[in-house]
Design a protein around this ligand. Structure first.
Ligand SMILES: Nc1ncnc2c1ncn2[C@@H]1O[C@H](COP(=O)(O)OP(=O)(O)O)[C@@H](O)[C@H]1O
Ligand SMILES: [Mg+2]
Length: 376
C-alpha cells in the first residue's frame, strides 16, 4: 500500500499548532516528500516560538508514523530568527563562539549548553569521525574503525550523520529500513555485529536535499535520540565533511567524548584537517588523533609501496599540533572494492593487512577512552 502526500496532509490537518490552528493552515510546512513509505518534511517557525513547537513536531511525527504504510517519518523543526529579533544568547563558558542563536532551535533560552548535550543512556562514548573535506575516505575509515573496535571485543554502533552524502547504506550493503518499536523509536539495523543507523535509510542517497543549519541539527538529534541503541561501548559517528556552521553546531550539540580526523597526505587536505582540529578544539571536544588515509599506494599485484601523495604528512602534522597519530591506511584496491561492494575489508579479509591496521587504530582509540568506557 503506497502512502500519498494527501494522506499525510489529511493527517497533519488534525494536529494543532501552539496557537490552535491546524498545522496545515499555519503556513509552516515545507514540501512534503513521500517516497516508498518514507515521509520527510520540515516545520519552519520563528526562533522565538521554537520551544512551543517542539511538542507539535513530536505529535506530527507520531501521527504520520501511525499512517498505515508509513515505514519511517522524519520531521525536522527548523527555526529562523527574523531580522531585528532578540540578540543572540551570551557566549557559553570556555570562550566557545556561539554559532548564531537561530541554529539552536531546541535550546531553551539561557539554558546551559550541557542540556543539549545530555548523554545517550546506555552509550559509553560517542566519537566523531570527521574530515575537513569530502572524498578523503571518512566513511570507509569510520566503518572499518567501528569493525576494528568490534574485533577488540567492544559493543559498537555506527551512526551515519553525513546528511550531505550518507554512504553507510552502500558501504554496508544495507537495503532495508529500520523497524519501529511500539513507542515509535527506530531500531538500528544489525550488520557485521554493529548496530547501524543512517540518515540514508530514511532519504535516498541520491535525493538532492538542501539542508539548512537548523534542519541538520534537528535531523541528527532524532537520529541520536529517537533510536534504541541499547547498550554500546562506543558509538562511532560518521560526520558530514567540512568545518562549516552545520558541522560546528553538530560538534557542539552531540555529547562527543572525542573526535578522529581523517586526512590524506596532501598539503591541501592537511589544511582542511587543521581546520577540523581547530573546530573541535573550539567546542572543547578532545581530538583523539589523526588517521592518514590513502597514505601510500600499495600495488595489488606486487605489493610495492609508492608514496604518490608524499606519505607522512599527517604524521608530521599531528606531531606539530600535539595530537596523537593513529595510523596510516594505504590506498589499496581491496579497500575500495570491498567498500563499494558493501563488504568492508575488515569483514572480507579479517586476517589481511588492512584489517590489522584498522584494529591497531581501534586499539589506540580504545586506549584513549580508558576511564570513559567500562570495557576499555
Ligand atoms: N584507503 C583506501 N584505499 C582505496 N580506496 C579508498 C580508501 N579509502 C577510501 N577509498 C575509496 O575512496 C572513495 C571515497 O571514500 P569515502 O569513505 O566514501 O570518503 P568520504 O566519506 O570522505 O567522502 C570510495 O570509493 C572509497 O572506496
Ligand atoms: Mg562519506
Amino acid at each position: 500500500m503506497s502512502v500519498t502526500q494527501q494522506q499525510v496532509l489529511d493527517c497533519l490537518a488534525r494536529v494543532r499548532s501552539p496557537r490552535g490552528v491546524a498545522l496545515t493552515e499555519a503556513n509552516v510546512l515545507s514540501d512534503i516528500t513521500v517516497n516508498d513509505g518514507k515521509v520527510f518534511f520540515s516545520i519552519n517557525v520563528d526562533a522565538q516560538e521554537a520551544r512551543a513547537w517542539e511538542s507539535v513536531r513530536a505529535e506530527a511525527e507520531s501521527a504520520v508514523r501511525a499512517i498505515p504504510g508509513v515505514t519511517a517519518a522524519m520531521i525536522a523543526l527548523t527555526a529562523e530568527r527574523k531580522a531585528g529579533g532578540a540578540p543572540p544568547p551570551p557566549r557559553p563558558a570556555g570562550g566557545v563562539k556561539p554559532v548564531s542563536a537561530h541554529r539552536h532551535p531546541t535550546q531553551p533560552p539561557g539554558g546551559s549548553p550541557m542540556s543539549r548535550q545530555a548523554e545517550i543512556p546506555g552509550v559509553g562514548a560517542i566519537i566523531a569521525v570527521a574530515s575537513g573535506k569530502g572524498g578523503v575516505g571518512k566513511s570507509t575509515t569510520a566503518l572499518n574503525l567501528a569493525l576494528g573496535l568490534r574485533d577488540l571485543g567492544l559493543k559498537v554502533g555506527l551512526l551515519d550523520a553525513d546528511i550531505y552524502g550518507p554512504s553507510v547504506p552502500r558501504l554496508t550493503g544495507i537495503r532495508e529500513k529500520p523497524e519501529l518499536t511500539e513507542d515509535r523509536k527506530m531500531i538500528p539495523i544489525p550488520r557485521f555485529g554493529l548496530s547501524v543507523m543512517s540518515i540514508g535509510f530514511l532519504v535516498e542517497e541520491d535525493t538532492a536535499m538542501i539542508w539548512r543549519g537548523p534542519m541538520v541539527m534537528s535531523a541528527i538529534t532524532q537520529m541520536l535520540r529517537d533510536v534504541v541503541w541499547g547498550t554500546l561501548d562506543v558509538l562511532v559517528v560518521d560526520m558530514p565533511p567540512g568545518t562549516g556552521d552545520a558541522q560546528l553546531t553538530l560538534a557542539q550539540n552531540v555529547p562527543l567524548k572525542g573526535a578522529i580526523i581523517i586526512s590524506t597526505p596532501q598539503d591541501l587536505s592537511l589544511i582542511d584537517a587543521r581546520r577540523g582540529l581547530a573546530m573541535f578544539r573550539k567546542v572543547n571536544v578532545p581530538v583523539l588523533g589523526i588517521v592518514e588515509n590513502m597514505s601510500y599506494f600499495q600495488c595489488p599485484h606486487c605489493g610495492t609501496k609508492s608514496d604518490i601523495f608524499g606519505h607522512g604528512g599527517a604524521r608530521h602534522e599531528a606531531e606539530r599540533l600535539g595530537v596523537p597519530f593513529l595510523g596510516e591506511v594505504p590506498l589499496h584496491m581491496a579497500i575500495r572494492v570491498s567498500s563499494d561492494a558493501g563488504n568492508p575489508v575488515v569483514v572480507s579479509e579479517p586476517d589481511g593487512p588492512h584489517a590489522a591496521i584498522y584494529r591497531a587504530i581501534g586499539a589506540k582509540v580504545r586506549d584513549q577512552l580508558k576511564g570513559v568506557i567500562a570495557a576499555a
